[in-house]
Design a protein around this ligand. Structure first.
Ligand code: ZN
Length: 429
């Protein structure tokens, strides 16, 4: 359904694809009859790939037309048989022009799965699809380790003439993608196995529960891959201040098929992705957030959560009322604008005068810099805003304060950065 893609119930699929003898078929789930559809040589390579951490060619670029070597028969048709359980759908791809390679995926339980890629000669090359299986394996292993174990027998990346589209255990990614672009689209489409394939969010209404959650988990996967070869910059939330102050902006709560197409990237992907990032990196901390988010995935796997189910689950496991954040960030177009009006000597100590000028209240992390060069951080809970939009914070110290900065790690997309430091002259942004 356009930008809302699809939303389906779970089922167990048993399907067969009959194709000309010289075609290769890849599909969602497990290939049930390799002995009937692969030559003896290809069966050996297929077994080798299932045990190999390095990518193994099943059909190399030079072997595409060598059907004597790779196919079990030289005329007529062949029927490929696949099965997958607990799946929203299946997809397959078939061609006589595929290069085909594969490697083993190691899962936390000790089980293994198969990462594989199929692509034509035009996409070949180490700067391009030759690394697709390496990316696929790394992506599935990362998400399995960090959040929830991949449940399907194979993770297949298929080159296609679209940007990228996800199905259970199988993606189509652009034949033209290379390097960081191919990593990014491959990692993103495989990330969709967690949202909305395992956790069955309704992307027709709540695209942010799959695209946004996926954008969030992609951030950590990209940073983890190959010692940061393709780092993510989702944490640089201040790059998006133009959007947050744009009159034409819409809220995350806009249904994808009615939102302005130009806003979809923000409201379905980046804004909810940043919301979870703020929750993890600023509001709850990684330990509490990860515990709650894993519990959410585990509880709602193969079910259909609504936004309230997500909000309630995170609050229950993290043990904190976060309604101010859900209301502020996930509904409407309000913004964050924390400020520091001044730091005043008071009874041998100091008082920092803080203000909340935006629509969304936030806890306030301050970094105090002393005249002797040392620094100290203090976190003020969001409850300081329960009685109004200003707060006098007592800083007890015998040292001389040189400056105070709000949100020193620059996690928050605060729309007015000019009032986040005291004294202002020391910290021009
Ligand atoms: Zn997506």
């Amino acid at each position: 359904m356009g930008a809302g893609e699809f939303y389906l119930e779970y089922g167990n699929f048993d399907y067969k694809v009959t194709v000309p003898y010289d075609h290769i078929v890849v599909g969602s789930g497990k290939l049930m009859n390799p002995k009937e559809v692969l030559s003896k040589e290809l069966q050996n390579r297929y077994e080798k790939a299932q045990a190999s951490d390095e990518t193994v060619y099943l059909i190399s670029p030079e072997e595409i037309k060598n059907t004597e070597l790779t196919r079990p028969k030289q005329d007529g048709t062949v029927t490929w048989h696949f099965q997958i359980e607990n799946s929203r759908d299946v997809a397959f791809a078939t061609s006589r022009a595929f290069i085909w390679d594969a490697a083993k995926i190691n899962l936390p339980s000790g089980k293994t799965a198969l990462a594989q890629s199929v692509y034509p000669k035009e996409s070949d090359g180490v700067g391009a699809w030759t690394r697709s299986t390496e990316y696929s394996k790394a992506s599935i292993e990362h998400y399995s380790e960090m959040w929830y174990e991949f449940p399907y027998a194979s993770a297949t990346n298929v080159e296609a003439d679209i940007g990228g589209m996800e199905y259970p255990g199988l993606n189509f990614c652009s034949y033209n993608s290379k390097g960081a672009g191919l990593w990014g689209v491959t990692d993103h489409e495989f990330g969709h196995n967690w949202f909305p394939m395992i956790v069955g969010s309704n992307e027709r209404r709540y695209a942010w529960m799959d695209e946004g959650f996926n954008t969030f988990i992609n951030h950590y996967s990209s940073n983890a891959f190959n010692n940061g070869e393709f780092p993510s910059n989702l944490n640089e939330t201040r790059r998006y201040l133009n959007y947050f102050t744009n009159e034409a902006r819409e809220g995350i709560d806009t249904y994808p098929d009615v939102s302005n197409v130009g806003n979809l990237g923000m409201i379905a992907y980046n804004k909810p992705g940043m919301g979870l990032l703020m929750l993890r990196e600023y509001i709850l901390g990684p330990e509490r957030f990860d515990n709650a988010f894993k519990s959410y995935i585990n509880t709602w796997a193969y079910k259909h959560p609504l936004p309230q189910d997500f909000f309630n689950h995170i609050e229950n496991v993290a043990g904190e009322n976060l309604s101010w954040f859900w209301q502020g960030w996930f509904y409407g177009t309000g913004n964050i604008d924390l400020g520091i009006n001044g730091v005043i000597p008071y009874a041998g100590n100091y008082v920092a005068v803080l203000s909340n000028k935006g629509e969304i209240p936030m806890p306030v992390l301050i970094e105090i810099t002393f005249e002797n060069g040392t620094t100290e951080r203090q976190m003020l809970p969001v409850e300081i805003w329960q009685r109004g939009d200003t707060w006098n914070h007592l800083i007890k110290t015998t040292k001389v304060i040189k400056g105070v900065t709000i949100d020193p790690d620059k996690i928050l997309p605060d729309i007015n950065l000019g009032n986040d430091h005291w004294p202002q002259a020391l910290y021009q942004n």
